[in-house]
Write a protein that binds this ligand. Structure first.
Ligand code: UDP
Length: 184
């Protein structure tokens, strides 16, 4: 059976890699192993997989009044956090036997390729999973914006999102007890 999509972009939030049940465990090896297995299965169907990874399990930029850290500085810290997650996911995938490349929107050539659109497409065509770290490379954005941006640049068929909340709510259900889940 032919897969429904040829090229997909998977947005994984940082929190989706962490285990909130066991204290502060930002990167749960079991969760990463499971993701790696699932992603492997998808690639074996012939689907090209691009992944934009979040960083909220490690650091999220916030306003200066809350953190004491200038907004742009904090945002760069958040972008670095996404690269840490990208490296962890890359390790998990390679362990599962999946070929990967990590591309970063902020240059750090010892650990990741720089983001080059045409090169990313070439990797995808060769069946490599490409993980995009450092979001858009710009403060005042989030990795959801990066996902939408890369999805357009790479002309993917669909954006899929892995988060710790099971749908779309009127507000964050972890913070607002009366948040209502919206049905399709
Ligand atoms: N970030 C940014 N520019 C980007 C992507 C991310 O400044 O293009 C920073 C921002 O501070 C954000 C943090 O990186 O809070 C982590 O990303 P995000 O909150 O999107 O991660 P997720 O919620 O998906 O884990």
């Amino acid at each position: 059976m032919l897969p429904r999509y040829k090229r997909i972009l998977l947005k994984l939030s940082g929190e989706s890699l962490s285990n909130s049940n066991s204290g502060f465990d930002p990167l749960d090896p079991k969760i990463i192993e499971q993701y790696a297995k699932d992603i492997k299965q998808v690639t074996e169907m012939g689907v090209q997989v691009a992944i934009v990874i979040g960083g909220g399990n490690i650091y999220r930029g916030m306003n200066e009044a809350e953190s004491g850290i200038e907004r742009a500085q904090g945002d760069y810290m958040g972008m670095l956090a996404t690269v840490i997650n990208g490296m962890a996911l890359q390790s998990g995938l390679e362990k599962a036997g999946v070929n990967t490349r990590l591309q970063s929107a902020i240059k750090m050539e010892q650990i990741a390729e720089p983001y080059i659109r045409r090169r990313a497409i070439r990797h995808l065509e060769k069946g490599r999973v490409v993980i995009f770290g450092a979001g858009t490379g710009n403060p005042y954005f989030t990795t959801d914006t990066a996902a939408a941006l890369r999805a357009n640049e790479l002309e993917v068929d669909v954006i899929l999102k892995g988060i710790s909340v099971d749908g779309i709510y009127t507000a964050d259900p972890r913070k607002v007890p009366h948040a209502r889940k919206l049905n399709k």
